[in-house]
Design a protein around this ligand. Structure first.
Ligand SMILES: [Zn+2]
Length: 275
């Protein structure tokens, strides 16, 4: 099972996140919606005997899907050492409101406490992208969290701060980033607030907590997390050096996105105010 291509890619991303310092203790979680072929490749290893449990949310378009997810309370740093003890595959029932573990967590445990958030976000993104998006990733990158103590907690201020901190941000996330306020981790309120933002963005900042990213595959999702955190770290450094003396103008931000055929979110630039 550990040689299954989806499991191998999943484990690599857990290790990469740990190496970045984004997963202290049991922080962070990852989920991947398997393709039909990937499920068929390993369905003979599944144990279907456990009972379905309520997800706490309803996602009818995720009915009968299979997800690889990290375990609740498990440490990212341990995933590469023993995947079957620290991650699992969950199957969603035919209503999209119940789940059961069909593989993994061999020494006991449950899927991530953010499972409802992940499944709801998968549901939103699958609907919007005709099923192309398959990865949801939550981490605790320290510079992004730091920003949530100094910037106003709204989409525009965060998006502009990040775009202006590193030129390629306007290419990587031209739609900007969403921001949700503080919520209890693992709760339905956070799941719902986050999935509402996922309708407009691929990255959502959880105030004083971390970042949630989505994407079509492991590379793009990890890359998005990495890019947002790198920009946040530059923002923090510039603040520490006394603040920006010059920056990328709104007109330049628009041109960056245009250079790759993208459109920068027009709600977040103020072209009329510039000379
Ligand atoms: Zn967290």
């Amino acid at each position: 099972m550990n040689n299954h291509i989806a499991i191998k890619n999943f484990v690599r991303m857990c290790e990469d996140g740990w190496n970045q310092g984004w997963h202290e203790r049991n922080g962070g979680n990852l989920s991947y919606r398997m393709t039909k072929t990937e499920v068929l490749d390993c369905i003979d290893k599944f144990d279907m005997s456990s009972d379905y449990k309520p997800l706490g949310i309803s996602a009818p378009n995720m009915a009968d899907e299979h997800f690889i997810v990290t375990g609740s309370g498990k440490y990212m740093r341990n995933v590469p050492l023993c995947p079957e003890e620290n991650i699992c595959i969950v199957r969603i029932d035919e209503t999209g409101s119940m789940y059961k573990v069909v593989w993994g967590l061999t020494k006991g445990g449950k899927p991530t406490s953010e499972l409802s958030s992940h499944i709801l976000n998968h549901s939103v993104k699958a609907e919007l992208t005709d099923g192309r998006y398959r990865v949801m990733y939550h981490a605790h990158p320290e510079n992004v969290v730091s920003l949530s103590y100094v910037l106003p907690l709204n989409d525009k201020d965060f998006s502009r701060a990040l775009w202006q901190s590193e030129t390629e941000c306007a290419m990587v996330f031209p739609e900007g980033v969403g921001v949700v306020g503080w919520y209890i981790p693992g709760g339905t309120e956070l799941a719902e607030a986050s999935s509402e933002k996922m309708k407009s963005y691929d990255a959502v900042v959880w105030a004083h907590h971390g970042l949630f990213c989505s994407g079509v595959d492991f590379d793009s999702t990890f890359g998005l997390m990495h890019t947002v955190e790198k920009a946040a770290s530059i923002f923090v450094k510039v603040k520490c050096m006394g603040g920006a003396k010059q920056t990328i103008t709104d007109e330049q931000l628009v041109r960056i996105a245009e250079s790759i055929g993208e459109v920068l979110n027009p709600d977040f630039v103020d072209l009329g105010k510039e000379a």
